[in-house]
Design a protein around this ligand. Sequence first.
Ligand code: ZN
Length: 302
Amino acid sequence: MIENPTIEKFFYNVTKDIGLPFYQQPEAKATHLLYNIRPGRLLSVAITPTTIVERGGWRWLQYHEKRRNGWVQERALDNSEIRLLSQDDLPVQNQLFESLPLPIDDIHNVYYYGNTRFAFCCGDEHSYDEYSQGLHGGLDFGNRNGIVLAGVHGEFVESSTASFDPMHVKVKTDDGYCVLYGHLSEVNDELENNRVVNPDTVIGVVDANRAHLHLEVRYLDETFIVNPLLLMPPNMRDAIINKFDHIGVREFFSGWNEWQSPLDQPIIRRGGWVIGRKFNIRIGTNNARFFRNQANCLALDC
Ligand SMILES: [Zn+2]
């Protein structure tokens, strides 16, 4: 007899709300709530055929932790609501980007995705809290007036002045991603006519005042934001990480023990609850001055 294989898989809690409830049985109505897992938390789940159940319109996962055992809703069976997402399941990992949007020699600095000190201290004033769960939702490449290339295969969606001023461009790929190029002063107007985008297609020009390209990758109808570094070939992302340290206001926020390196950052839900260290403080004190007093917020504006 063959034993059921066990695979350990890691999921991020990407619920919209305050947390993800555990239930004693995979039937929310029939059992009582055990515990709420806070948003952004990484869960390790041992997957076997008996630890995944489809019931009541949901796919449930059984979860064991030292002090807690229970069932959590991974997603609605019709995918109308997703509560747990595994980074392992992201399509075209390590290969979405065939080339960098800017040559690495023309990048002056890098502001990484995720749990940065700037996001913790000043993100509220820069809409991070309502937009990207209090974290930095993109990977910023410092540059002025550089020509931005797509770096990916896809289709032009739109250029807009609605956010990431002065202009941004969106490109959709076949794998469920939308790549956003933000803070452009000029957009290639041929994109409107020929919407097919290749890695060497010109997207636009980095605005000299904003002085950086905000590269953001959204996933599943733009509901989630993922770390662009995970979608780059190892040699490309290693070149970035080896060249650019996370220092000053760009460093990772160290007031706790998660999300301390360029690659271990969580999946973000657009418009979801603030996550990370700030979440705990918010719940307790909701004291805006606390954030401002934490550090000197330099004029890094992302
Ligand atoms: Zn940015």
